[in-house]
Design a protein. Sequence first.
Length: 213
Amino acid sequence: MVAAGVLVSGSGTNLQAFIDRIAAGRLDCVIRLVLSNRPEVQALRRAETAGIPTRVIEHRGFAQREAFETALIESLRAAGVELVLLAGFDRLVTRTLLAAFPMRIMNIHPALLPAFPGLHGQRQALEHGVKLAGATVHFVDEETDHGPIIVQGAVPVLPDDSEESLRARIQQVEHEIYPLAVQLFAEGRLVVEGRRVRVRGPRPTLPGPLVVW
Ligand code: GRF
């Protein structure tokens, strides 16, 4: 069982995916704290509905990123958090937070990294004309959307896709792969070797390659 803290800034559909998996007994994780840098976001309401402690620490209240992150660390530690899950958290993470939770911070990004890091991964994919898009769960390092990749899920880009329709398709895969990554962590199966993450132990048969034209 891993004790997690979830950092949010918005709608919290990935948080909801964790909550639902835990409730179904399919994720060996307890969410000790949901921390938001913005008040009154939907993610906080989702946490409250699930009976999870919440806290708002507004980044605007701090002159420097380091002081903001120090406040985050204090709350996360006080809650007994071992693993930090960025789930739509809209602040860049610096070495202050990284040093407090080394290889213990995960992020989900709505693109097949290393393609399309940064903002608007879905829009970037559409503008580039790729046929496959998707989502990536990775450990966080000092570069944005860059750390060792844990799980990726691909979806097709269809001819009539809008940013919205592609976002919805990618979100479905996000809600599968983020809980999967956390479960692998909880089982102690993730071994980081440089930029590569090896998953120890048996795995179910994977479906064949996804080919799209
Ligand atoms: C997701 O698309 C995630 O990939 C990105 O931010 C979005 C968060 O959505 N990092 P939600 O708040 O979990 O609904």
